[in-house]
Design a protein around this ligand. Structure first.
Ligand SMILES: O=P(O)(O)OC[C@H]1O[C@H](O)[C@H](O)[C@@H](O)[C@@H]1O
Length: 283
């Protein structure tokens, strides 16, 4: 029988703890951030830094799946916050469904929490988190106004890959990427391995990638998304990053289901769009 408890972290943030026959998860209301997910009998599928202190408003927890909305990365207005404001705000938990030990939870960021100087638009944003043997996130935007709205976004997933030197990411054949402001480059082959700072914004990317790690293979699939970000900060950036240990780069990689660059979402009045990603252990 699935249980859902609303708890308060020792440092004050509220979260939901969900335990079912299929999986165990924690979701923080700040940012509607999934911070922990493990299918029954398997290792956690998400990575979190031990350096994070779970403080409010610091850009979310360094790990799990921060929601980057209503823009991804640095805004063209350089003093606007990186990755939007949604990851710093408390979302409302608005619905729960349990069927056959699959738990589905819905969250929304109320318009009164929007930073209006950045987002004057009349939109509704909702995140559905589906906890089964697989973790699925669906991020829906609806344009309730009478003008077209364009946004970029990402489900910024951090994965526990054990040893970055032994990681191979696959599923990139045919894609293009921009890195450190340069490109687009054509992807060379299907696989990516890591030997330096990597911060690639892929476009024209197929719907399924895999992370072949010493911990096993993680499959990440996406829908309504032709773009994704592949990130490891490596040695120097690890030292500069907040809420991150110097050697954390060895153990994590981010593969972020996105709508960025030419894959940005433009919604006509009344139109909706759902970005989704599913994550599972393959072995
Ligand atoms: O430190 P944050 O604002 O959470 O950003 C963390 C990272 O997010 C993305 O992966 C970007 O591509 C990186 O350039 C950035 O460093």
């Amino acid at each position: 029988m699935a249980t859902i408890r609303q708890l308060t972290h020792t440092n004050g943030l509220e979260y939901l703890q969900i335990v079912s026959a299929r999986s165990e998860a924690r979701i923080f209301l700040q940012g509607a951030q999934v911070e922990y997910f493990a299918p029954s009998g398997k290792a956690p599928l998400l990575w979190v830094s031990s350096a994070d202190e779970y403080q409010p408003g610091t850009g979310g927890i360094r790990g799990g799946i921060p929601v980057c909305w209503p823009w991804f990365g640095n805004h063209e207005n350089s003093d606007w916050p990186a990755h939007g404001f949604a990851r710093n705000k408390t979302w409302d938990w608005i619905g729960t469904q349990v069927e056959d030990e699959v738990v589905s939870l819905r969250f929304t960021l109320a318009p009164e929490k929007y930073e209006r100087q950045y987002w004057p638009h009349d939109t509704r944003v909702e995140l559905e988190v589906i906890l089964s043997d697989t973790l699925t996130l669906k991020l829906t935007n609806i344009n309730l106004g009478n003008k077209a709205v364009t946004l970029t976004q990402a489900l910024h997933s951090y994965f526990p890959i054990g040893d970055i030197h032994q990681l191979q990411a696959s599923g990139f054949a045919g894609a293009k990427y921009i890195e450190f402001g340069a490109g687009p480059y054509a992807q060379d082959g299907d696989r990516v391995s890591f030997e330096k700072e990597t911060d690639r914004v892929y476009t024209q990317l197929g719907p399924v990638q895999q992370l072949h790690s010493v911990n096993g293979t993680i499959e990440v699939s996406r829908s309504n998304s032709q773009s994704a970000v592949l990130w490891n900060p490596w040695i120097d950036k690890a030292k500069r990053l907040s809420r991150f240990n110097d050697d954390d780069y060895l153990q994590m990689v981010c593969l972020e289901a996105a709508n960025v660059l030419e894959d940005a979402v433009t919604l006509a009045p009344g139109q909706s769009h759902t970005l989704s990603t599913s994550i599972r252990w393959l072995d």
